[in-house]
Design a protein around this ligand. Structure first.
Ligand code: SF4
Length: 203
C-alpha cells in the first residue's frame, strides 16, 4: 500500500527531531553537540560536505563562513537560493563541530554517517545533482577509494551530470586551487550551468 504524503512528512519530522537531539558522540566533542544540516525532501541539489567549523557551530548555519562564500561563488548561487531548503539540502559527513587539531579542523566524527546518513538520504527523492565535497564525503559516496581527491575531481565527467566531486572550498585549499587551474577554468563554468539548469527545472 502506498504511504500518504502526510505519513512521509511525519517520518521526516521525526527523523530530523532525532538528528537534532543526537548526543551519540557528545563525550568525544570539544563542545556541546549542535547538529548543523539543512534538509527538506523536495531539495534538488545535495551538498555532501565534511563537518561544521567553529564559526558554523556558533551560528548553526551551514557554510556561513569563508568556505561557504567560496562555494556559493563556485556554484553561481545567491545566499537566498543556497539557504532555501526546498532547493538545496546540506548534509555534512559529521553534523557537529569535531574540534581543531594541529593542521586544521579534525575529521568528521566517524559515528555520524553510519548512524544517520542512509536514513536521511532515503528521504531525498528529488535530488538532481549531488556535490561531493572533500575526501570524507568522497570516501562515503564513491566506490573507488584508491584514487586521490585530485584524481577524483579530475575525473569529474565520469558521473556527470548527476554527481560532481569537488575539493573543499576552505581557504586552506588555496594552494590546491593554485596548483590545479583546470578546476576553475573547465569544471566550474560547466558546473554553474548545470546548477542553473537544475534549479530552473520543476519536479
Ligand atoms: S556528530 Fe553526529 S553522531 Fe555525533 S552527536 Fe553530532 S549528530 Fe550525533
Amino acid at each position: 500500500m502506498k504511504r500518504s504524503a502526510y505519513c512521509q512528512d511525519d517520518d521526516v519530522f521525526t527523523l530530523l527531531k532525532e538528528v537534532r537531539g543526537c548526543r551519540l558522540c557528545a563525550d568525544k566533542l570539544p563542545v556541546e553537540p549542535r547538529p548543523v544540516l539543512q534538509f527538506h525532501p523536495a531539495a534538488k541539489v545535495l551538498i555532501a560536505g565534511q563537518a561544521p567549523g567553529r564559526k558554523v557551530h556558533e551560528t548553526g548555519i551551514p557554510f556561513d563562513d569563508a568556505s561557504g562564500d567560496r562555494l556559493r561563488s563556485w556554484l553561481g548561487m545567491s545566499r537566498d537560493v543556497f539557504y532555501d531548503e526546498q532547493q538545496v539540502a546540506i548534509l555534512p559527513m559529521g553534523f557537529c563541530y569535531p574540534g581543531t587539531g594541529k593542521s586544521g579542523d579534525l575529521p568528521p566524527r566517524p559515528e555520524c554517517a553510519p548512524t544517520w546518513r542512509e536514513a536521511l538520504l532515503s528521504k531525498l527523492e528529488n535530488i538532481q545533482l549531488t556535490l561531493v565535497i572533500g575526501q570524507y564525503a568522497q570516501a562515503y559516496h564513491f566506490a573507488d577509494n584508491k584514487a586521490s581527491l585530485t584524481e577524483k575531481v579530475l575525473a569529474w565527467h565520469e558521473l556527470w551530470p548527476h554527481v560532481v566531486p569537488l575539493p573543499h572550498p576552505s581557504p586552506r585549499n588555496n594552494r590546491w586551487l593554485k596548483n590545479n587551474p583546470w578546476f576553475e577554468q573547465t569544471l566550474l563554468p560547466d558546473l554553474r550551468q548545470r546548477v542553473a539548469e537544475v534549479l530552473s527545472e520543476s519536479h
